[in-house]
Design a protein around this ligand. Structure first.
Ligand SMILES: [Zn+2]
Length: 888
């Protein structure tokens, strides 16, 4: 639909603007015509001078922007991105300073564009486009948005933030809102005089103006993509630290300064490390991380250049509620967003097709930095967990390549998935291992130096790393980033010849939902396969169907030691048996990788359940805490699959309690000063799982703590509060549920309050789950809290939550970011294996999503279909295995 609002330029708008263009302007067509674009490639913006006046109380803002641009092809119109903006006036001045041209403005709601048409054709050259407009302040994280919260004194307060990635800068500023239109920005904000305004750059000036306001003018940004612009204002505090010759800072709602210290220390630690790693120093004068009181179903933090945004739960270390996992996440999330300051902000993907360059790289770097500064946190196990997460999606027919086609705004939003993040991370881990860490780093340095302040594509990265010395990397990298799916390496019979193990490897493709089809017609990769048989580790790069491998030693043959490879390995039964026996002696990451590999093959039918369960059962109870945490999760996932078979579930519960109960006893129910961080992580996992299985010790302690907590909120240690209350909430009766509800209402701290409301969604009791859903649609929890309650209900009752959402779709959509809406249903279906849900999901997609935007639903459907097909076999074989292997 194209709505025309004819307007004439007002003379008053033609204010003084510099008549010359910035030095970097080029007369040629510098915009890459091969990129997909929603905008005609007729003009290039160079600089935006924006003044914005938010009206927080009435959720609107006024904006006035002057864009210095260059017309590169004769045209009568300029097409910009704009969404939900109302235009007051627009005019165009030629740089030479001749007459002002009035513009007729037409907006296209579906295309999210505004077209400015002029009385005559514009010849190529420099112009200034001046636009006055107004826009909406949203209540979810899109464009300029408000987060409401309660101050410590219990007063209602509102702060404002922006969130623009992927395509929401256009809700704040009419602009060429695509990543390859890089420009500089001057932002001026008129805000209440007693509040703080924050943007990418430090303020250049601040002066009081009428109406109790001040006008803050920020320094000019470096040339950057529009999605990286940032603005916030509110009753903030800011703490800072020097990191070399730059200032790092944490901005947060006032009063939370002490809770921000952990994030500030991390930021100051990470910046010099990245300066060194990337070889190009961080270019802006300061780097803030701005905390916002709320949450989103789409994202947790955003890498705006110089002004990272992070929701409070991932930036404030709150002794009243932050778990050990949450505390570590503060470091990890910051390491991720800071890596983007180079990978994404300084060098930006040319188009969303290459989004993985941003997200895969930052995900990989977050673990690298975490491993560097906190070697005791077990980041290498998280790396393996990431690979397993990616393979869950990548084993479905509806997966997609790492480098994928993105044509619509919605597809850009959907591109932020586990393929971009976790498969991207896993492939980079494999390639770093292939290149060697020093060569890889040198390649990254070349890449950053060659493309800084510009846009790049995936192939530019491979060229830079090959040029640094990683021979053959491009072949491997291209196979893994342009093809979807997972290689399957089938290992032939081992032969011991002269003290070495000789085997034939056969390459195929692993598929959860179409094993026959891919076996008949598998994709082919160049796979770097490593192997160890008790001597030195060797590597071969497969090419074609089979490869011969000779490995020193005749011990158990382990494929993929170190777990850098992105593939599944199907061993012979004898090989699995030998590995099962030797499992206790393997490194933690290999124990975890091998068990995950075995279970995955068993659950998808590539082998019976028995070898997978044997491996799982071989994990020593006194193994690495971080691995044990994962292994307990694997048992628990089997427990859920056996729903309805109380004998088999009882057998799993007994086995887990018998194996890991003593471990919990040794850890104790209470955190100990100075204990290893991984122990502090394992404790909540064991409390939660044993509590779920009805372990008497855990239930008794939970009841005792809950009784004390009802009268004193500090009776449960903050780092275990959500753990213990989860055990309680899951088994809650009406009185217990109401007690948590009352405490949620009375709590002011946003993070604690949010987590209490979410606990209300965890009840197993269906009546209470319904109450949580009804409560989510009231104004009580708060605009960004409600969707998390619905998600919590879906954990236990996916069908109930989905039916509820479908019955209240318009209301629920108001509670979710625009960018997250098309994926919310996929998330709600995440814990379901019920085939009856398939037509419900398909009906939802057909009625509400464009055919181009249905991939997330298709993925949910594919997963449910194959899991429900495999379920009878998995249940029967697991029950039989449990009977044959009594817990003791
Ligand atoms: Zn990211």
């Amino acid at each position: 639909m194209k709505v025309a609002v004819a307007l004439l330029a007002s003379a008053a708008l033609a204010t003084l603007v510099p008549a010359s263009l910035p030095a970097h302007s080029r007369p040629a067509d510098t915009v890459d015509p091969s990129l997909p674009t929603q905008l005609p490639r007729t003009a290039i913006p160079h600089h935006y001078g924006l003044t914005v006046t938010p009206h927080a109380g009435r959720l609107t803002f006024d904006g006035r922007v002057t864009i210095d641009l260059e017309v590169i092809k004769p045209t009568r119109e300029l097409v910009l991105n704009a969404a939900d903006l109302k235009f007051t006036s627009a005019s165009l001045r030629q740089a030479a300073g001749v007459a002002t041209l009035p513009a007729r403005i037409a907006t296209d709601v579906d295309a999210q564009t505004a077209t400015f048409t002029f009385p005559n054709t514009l010849s190529p050259g420099a112009y200034h486009l001046e636009i006055a407009y107004s826009g909406k302040i949203n209540t979810q994280a899109n464009g300029l948005f408000a987060l409401d919260y309660k101050t410590k004194a219990g007063k209602e307060a509102r702060s404002l933030f922006t969130q623009f990635e992927a395509a929401d800068a256009r809700r704040f500023i009419p602009s060429w809102d695509e990543p390859d239109y890089k420009a500089t920005f001057d932002l001026t904000a008129r805000v209440p005089a007693n509040e703080m305004a924050v943007s990418n750059m430090p303020p250049a000036s601040s002066r009081k103006i009428a109406g109790g306001l001040k006008e803050v003018r920020f320094q000019t940004t470096p040339i950057m993509s529009s999605y990286l612009l940032f603005f916030a204002n509110g009753d903030f505090g800011r703490i800072t630290k020097a990191a070399g010759n730059r200032e790092v800072g944490i901005v947060m709602t006032r009063g939370n300064e002490a809770k921000a210290q952990f994030a500030l220390d991390a930021e100051a630690q990470i910046l010099p490390y990245y300066n060194d790693y990337f070889g190009t120093p961080y270019p802006l004068p300061k780097l803030d991380n701005v905390g916002g009181p709320g949450q989103s179903q789409f994202f947790g933090a955003m890498e705006n250049w110089g002004a990272i945004f992070t929701f409070e739960y991932a930036i404030l270390n709150d002794p009243a509620i932050t778990t050990e996992a949450g505390r570590q996440d503060i470091f990890v999330v910051e390491a991720h967003e800071m890596a983007h300051q180079w990978f994404g902000d300084l060098v930006t993907m040319a188009w969303w097709d290459d989004l993985w360059l941003n997200e895969g790289f930052a995900s990989w770097m977050e673990n690298k930095a975490t491993g560097h500064f906190h070697p005791d946190w077990g980041a290498e196990i998280d790396r393996v967990a990431s690979r397993e997460g990616a393979m869950g999606l990548d084993s479905l027919n509806s997966t997609h390549p790492v480098v994928q086609q993105v044509r619509t705004v919605e597809q850009a939003n959907q591109a932020f998935d586990s393929i971009a993040y976790s498969k991207g991370e896993s492939v980079i881990s494999m390639l770093e291992d292939f290149a060697g860490p020093d060569v890889w780093r040198d390649g990254i340095r070349r890449y950053i130096a060659a493309h800084k302040y510009q846009n790049s594509r995936t192939t530019d990265l491979w060229s830079a790393v090959e040029a640094a010395g990683a021979k053959g990397l491009t072949t491997v990298a291209t196979d893994f980033t342009t093809q979807p799916g997972i290689p399957l390496i089938t290992v032939g019979q081992s032969q011991c010849v002269n003290g070495s193990t000789a085997v034939t490897l056969t390459q195929g493709q692993f598929s959860a939902d179409r094993p026959q089809e891919v076996a008949a017609n598998p994709r082919s990769w160049h796979v770097p396969v490593k192997a160890n048989a008790g001597g030195a580790t060797v590597q071969v790069v497969t090419s074609g169907r089979t490869a011969q491998l000779t490995v020193p030693g005749c011990g158990p043959l382990l494929i993929n030691p170190g777990q850098y490879g992105y593939y599944r390995t199907l061993y012979t039964p004898q090989q699995v048996e030998a590995l099962t026996t030797s499992l206790p002696r393997l490194a933690g990451m290999d124990q975890y990788g091998l068990i995950s590999n075995g279970l995955s093959l068993s659950l998808t039918g590539y082998q019976p359940m028995q070898p997978g369960l044997d491996l799982l059962n071989a994990m020593p109870a006194n193994g690495s805490a971080k691995v044990v945490q994962q292994i307990v999760g694997r048992w628990d996932s089997l427990y859920d699959r056996l729903d309805g078979d109380s004998a088999a579930q009882g057998a799993i519960a007994a086995r887990v309690v018998r194996a890991y109960g003593p471990r919990l006893q040794a850890l104790g129910f209470t955190p100990r000063a100075g204990e290893p961080a991984v122990d502090a992580l394992l404790r909540p996992t064991l409390i939660g799982t044993l509590g779920k299985y009805g372990d008497a010790n855990v239930r008794t302690e939970a009841a005792r703590l809950f009784a004390a907590w009802k009268t004193s909120p500090d009776a449960i240690p903050g780092s275990l509060k959500s753990t213990w209350l989860s055990v309680i909430a899951r088994n809650a009766d009406a009185a217990t549920w109401e007690a948590i509800h009352e405490r949620a209402k009375a709590t002011t701290g946003t993070v604690e309050r949010t987590s209490l409301y979410q606990l209300l969604g965890r009840a197993k009791d269906e009546t209470l789950a319904r109450r949580a859903l009804d409560l989510a649609l009231t104004n009580e929890p708060g605009k960004t809290v409600s969707s998390g309650m619905i998600t919590a209900v879906a954990g236990q009752h996916p069908r109930l939550a989905i039916d509820f959402v479908l019955a209240h779709l318009a209301q629920v959509n108001e509670l979710i970011d625009i960018s997250g809406r098309s994926r919310f249903m996929q998330r709600l279906a995440g814990s379901s294996r019920d085939p009856a849900l398939i037509p419900v999901l398909e009906g939802y997609a057909n009625a509400n999503l464009a055919p181009t935007d249905r991939k997330p639903i298709q993925q949910a459907v594919d997963r449910i279909r194959y899991e429900s097909t495999q379920a009878p076999r998995i249940r029967a074989e697991t029950a039989a295995w449990l009977t044959a292997h009594p817990a003791g």
